[in-house]
Design a protein. Structure first.
Length: 581
């Protein structure tokens, strides 16, 4: 079979394939590329040596059986026989569910996770969003320090297990989205610099030198990243990708990398006849990320909306540290702004940043489906000192209010695994670094970070302790007991209601009307004929909805429809969804 590798600065490249060593030749038609033939089949181990250096894994490796530092293995993508004739499922109307393979089950594998997919069908979600799957050091980790952007972490089950997972999800009618990290790799196991200028000192990120998107050699680096993205969508039949921290993708070229990527993904969607989509994580507050390319945007199909999360979290918890500072003065007003304008930061001053931030979103042109709304994510839980979920500090009633606000908002809702039953397990930051120095640095860095915020070092979980990962695994016995079963039933009811009520699927932000009382801590909004009201206070609330003839669609606590004057009497820490009678 044919082997190839990009190594533009090398004087000599050799291929080790099985027990044989082959000298590669320069490709006369592609600058910097080396090619050669060798006998190989599915599972054959191989690697490349640059200028007589150590044998390293293939930058485009499809499998790393022995981890990031081991030899690569050939993968015959045509061996797997797909069962599902999946036609695809697009983003409009979706309800996403973020899932970490290593803690969704105690076994921590894709096959074990696949056995729990029926739970998600009964819940009513439409797509599973898998956290990163690329190989990383050790067995357990979040996945954001991965390398080998074309391969699947071997302890999760490798390439074949991912295909089995996707196939089973599609058989059940669930789409599958994968979180991919293009903004940095490693650091452990990152051998790309030995092959070429994959990184540049022209720009820097929190992880060091930036991925090279605009310096010399960047054409091939961009092709490397785009090729990886398309391979996930094509070879594994994924329905979409979530792009981690796109604000760290520094690119000064006229054609931005994200615009080029979105164009290629749209072309693949047309070729395959399946709707494919890209979801960005961005802290820029810039609607151009999700504005169509024809309107001079970058053309991504959606992005996470942290403004929605931060306003909601502040309203629920009263927290005001860090980035919550911008929302703490009037949290319900901030939440109202995100619900009607899309973003809270639209060029206004950010106290947290010490400058103006964001720009306005054109509500008349941009569908609210392009923004994801959520009350919890892996970031917002795992980056807390103790990895505590909302369920650790809020009553079931307030959790029900959070669910109602997320699942009836105009944005595409997303849940974090276990949220739907108010999981009592935390989700903490854990690693399994095999490099002792890196493990020590991560442990000390984590403790220093939270010590600066008043935490005692001994109270911050050790990321390298296996118990930290074990504590973060979901407890699948919980949904059978209370209050978990009641919360789960509420999530199922709300998601079913969202699918059934066309007004709740309407992505028109201009049609959302809100009312609230900061002091009394109640919030209400209208979407077409549907009214949603939540009471975050312990005391009952008297809310004038102006809807004297209403029918209750769903309620956390028993509640009467509004009286003849249109006044709703809502119990404390409760919520209700109504429609015109």
């Amino acid at each position: 079979m044919q082997f190839e590798v990009w190594a533009p600065q090398a004087a000599r490249v050799t291929l080790r394939c099985g027990d044989a060593v082959h000298a590669l030749e320069r490709d006369p038609e592609r600058s910097g590329w080396w090619t050669g033939e060798a006998e190989a089949g599915d599972g054959t181990r191989y690697g490349f040596a640059v200028d007589d250096g150590p044998v390293l894994p293939d930058p485009r490796s499809r499998r790393q059986p022995d981890g990031p530092d081991g030899l690569s293995a050939v993968v015959d993508q045509g061996r797997y026989e797909w069962r599902s004739g999946w036609a695809g499922r697009g983003l409009p109307g979706a309800v996403l569910y973020e899932l970490h393979v290593g803690t969704y089950t105690r076994e921590g594998t894709l096959d074990a996770a696949a056995q729990r997919l029926e739970h998600l069908v009964e819940l009513g979600v439409t797509h599973v969003e898998l956290m990163p799957l690329c190989p990383f050091p050790g067995r357990h980790g979040w996945g954001y320090e991965g390398v080998s952007l074309w391969a699947v972490h071997e302890p999760y089950g490798g390439p074949e297990a991912l295909k089995r997972f996707v196939d089973r999800a599609h058989e059940l009618g669930l789409g599958v989205v994968l979180d991919v990290v293009h903004n940095h790799l490693g650091p452990s196991g990152n051998h790309l610099p030995a092959f070429g200028p994959y990184f540049t000192e022209t720009h820097h990120t929190p992880w060091g030198a930036a991925v090279n998107l605009d310096a010399p050699g960047s054409d091939e680096v961009r092709a490397y990243l785009i090729g990886s993205a398309l391979a996930w969508l094509r070879d594994y039949r994924l329905d979409g990708l979530r792009l981690d921290a796109v604000h760290a993708l520094h690119d000064t070229r006229a054609l931005h990398f994200l615009e080029e990527l979105s164009s290629e993904v749209d072309a693949l969607a047309a070729e395959t006849g399946r709707p494919l989509f890209l979801v960005a994580e961005s802290d820029l507050g810039d609607p151009r990320v999700i504005t169509p390319r024809a309107e001079h945007g970058l053309g991504l199909h959606a992005q996470w909306n942290d403004d929605f999360h931060h306003a909601l979290h502040t309203a629920l918890t009263g927290e005001s540290q860090g980035y919550y500072e911008d929302f703490a003065r009037a949290p319900l007003a901030a939440f109202a702004k995100t619900l009607t304008n899309g973003f809270f930061h639209d060029g206004t001053y950010s106290t947290f940043r010490g400058r103006r931030h964001g720009r306005p979103l054109d509500r008349s042109r941009l569908s609210a489906h392009r923004l994801l709304g959520y009350s919890q994510t892996h970031d917002q839980i795992g980056n807390r000192a103790l990895g505590d979920r909302l369920s650790a500090s809020l009553s079931p009633g307030l959790l029900a209010c959070a669910a109602a606000l997320v699942l009836t908002a105009p944005f595409t809702p997303m849940l974090f695994m276990g949220e739907e039953w108010a999981a009592g397990t935390p989700w903490q930051f854990f690693t399994d670094h095999t490099d002792p120095e890196l493990a020590k640095a991560v442990r000390q860095g984590r403790r220093r970070e939270f010590a600066a915020h008043g935490w005692a070092e001994e109270d911050v979980p050790d990321p390298q302790d296996p118990a930290t990962r074990d504590r973060s695994c979901l407890d699948w016995s919980e949904p059978a007991g209370e209050p978990h079963a009641r919360v789960l039933a509420w999530y199922r009811e709300l998601i079913a209601l969202r699918h059934a009520q066309s007004d709740l699927m309407d992505p028109d932000l201009e049609d959302v009307k809100v009312a609230y009382d900061e002091d009394a801590r109640w919030f209400a909004f209208r979407r077409g004929d549907v009214r949603v009201a939540v009471n975050l206070a312990e005391e009952p609330a008297r809310i004038h909805l102006g809807l004297p003839h209403a029918r209750v669609l769903a309620a956390w606590e028993p509640v009467q429809p509004p009286d003849e004057e249109g006044v709703l009497h809502l119990p404390g820490e409760s919520c209700v969804v109504l429609t015109q009678a």
